[in-house]
Design a protein around this ligand. Sequence first.
Ligand code: ADP
Length: 235
Amino acid sequence: MALLTCSDVTFSYEGIPVLTDVNFALEAGSYLCIVGENGSGKSTLVKGLLHLKNPSTGSITTGDGLHPSEIGYLPQQTAAQKDFPASVWEVVLSGRQNHPHFPPFYTKADKEDALRNMELLDLLPLKKRCYRDLSGGQQQRVLLARALCATKKLLLLDEPVTGLDPVMTNEMYQLIRRINREQNVTIIMVSHDIRNILPDATHILQLDQKQVFFGPMDEYLKTEAGKQFLGGADL
Ligand code: ADP
């Protein structure tokens, strides 16, 4: 059974459809890249996958032992997030809170998992630093570790390299590739940067107010949509 399945999904705002014909099934271990122009429906679909917005028709189901609450999510960076006044350790650990309560309570297993994810992403030297004093690339690594605390199965990343320079962008892609291949975490990434992800992604979903293409990356590259979308790309 697939990890995630969208069947005949349509999304509407106030009765007006903005994304139709979404049909795909994603197997565990895949690396899916979602592409499309602004307004094509990427964010709407992400909201649907996170169960923050219901489809107006069709269904989104999880399988293969994945519970919808186990999806790790790295949202698009906003200016407000950059000023978060907490230590790196506190930010990473907060990813373990599925059911927030105050004051926060964390088990030994929570703390061990947070440490493991920090080690994986080389964050232990930054453990006591204040999150808002870090560079943009370091902050994204912290948020990636936080998202990993929430899941061992499916990571949903929304434009994770926005605002990063080319060196930090590459570093971020390398980490995501390792998480996919070595930790066997399924990746869904919304991205404009298809050229850099080509070698890593196994599948591609192209949207343009409807599903234009879903399938393996090598098949996409042979389609007209793929050739057009990648027009001018230095492959
Ligand atoms: P993308 O992420 O690809 O830029 P979106 O999912 O944000 O696309 O938007 C898809 C369409 O839905 C756009 O036409 C957008 O104007 C519309 N839309 C998005 N959010 C809302 C909303 N809250 N209310 C009404 N229309 C919306």
